[in-house]
Ligand binder design. Structure first.
Ligand SMILES: Nc1ncnc2c1ncn2[C@@H]1O[C@H](COP(=O)(O)OP(=O)(O)OP(=O)(O)O)[C@@H](O)[C@H]1O
Length: 230
């Protein structure tokens, strides 16, 4: 799925250069569940942005499904991202004026999916996260856990190959957090997703088959049980 070779990312801030990633080498297999952890400022979000094609490394290559994202034109990367990569965020990032169904549907619009098929896919995605009866609710009419379920449905409605999640349980209480992790684990198995999850949450780290740690921009694998979805 992914091969990262010598990925370095520098940010310029006035005269200073911040080395957010320093020569990261990493393979992520199809259907793998990888957790990335590490102290604040270590480079986790930068890595996720590069995996998602939202940013480009200063040096190094990022191969996704055999294509080098670092050398493709921006318009092609945008197409790859829209079709194959789903994102989840700590703050849910739902559009407050749209209903749950409309928020999920928004992920299909750039793909040119016809209205009727869109509606059917949205209904299926909301059902799969247990929110079939909340389709017409606005985000403000949903609990935090329900909003994150909408976030999952929005990320997965287009049936992406990979789901990239940045602290997806960071805004949730303990019980809700466990529900969301179990839901993600079920969808990962059922949909043969590749899941890359940035988190400080020890409950997620304990359940993940493979755990990487980033310190000062350097990545190392801390745990690898070799478990794949059954
Ligand atoms: N756009 C930017 N411009 C300048 N520096 C940046 C930018 N984005 C990130 N950085 C710096 O790069 C380093 C890595 O940041 P990153 O957000 O990847 O860390 P993180 O591990 O995700 O941190 P956190 O756990 O706090 O979210 C930090 O030192 C940060 O200040």
């Amino acid at each position: 799925m992914y091969t990262l070779t010598g990925v370095t990312k520098n940010y310029r801030k006035r005269r200073e250069t911040i080395e957010a990633l320093r020569g990261v080498d990493l393979d992520i297999a199809d259907g793998e569940w990888l957790v990335v952890q590490g102290r604040t400022g270590g480079g986790k979000s930068t890595l996720l942005q590069i995996l998602g094609g939202l940013d480009r490394p200063t040096r190094g290559t990022v191969t996704f499904d055999g294509r080098d994202l670092t050398s493709l034109p921006e318009s092609t990367v945008t197409r790859v991202r829209a079709a194959s990569i789903g994102f989840m965020f700590q703050a849910f990032n739902l559009i407050p004026t749209l209903t749950a169904a409309e928020n999920v549907e928004a992920a299909l619009v750039p793909l040119g999916v016809k209205v009727e098929q869109r509606r059917a896919q949205v209904a299926g995605a909301l059902d799969s996260v247990g929110l079939g009866d909340r389709a017409r609710h606005l985000p403000s009419e949903l609990s935090g856990g329900q909003q994150q379920r909408v976030g999952i449905a929005r990320a997965l409605v287009k049936q992406p190959k990979v789901l990239l999640a940045d602290e997806p349980t960071g805004n949730l209480d303990e019980d809700t957090r466990d529900e969301i992790i179990s839901l993600l684990e079920r969808l990962w198995r059922e949909q043969h997703l590749t899941l890359v999850l940035v988190t400080h949450d020890t409950a997620i780290v304990e359940r993940a088959p493979r755990v990487a740690e980033i310190r000062n921009g350097c990545l190392s694998i801390r745990q690898d049980t070799g478990t794949q979805p059954s």
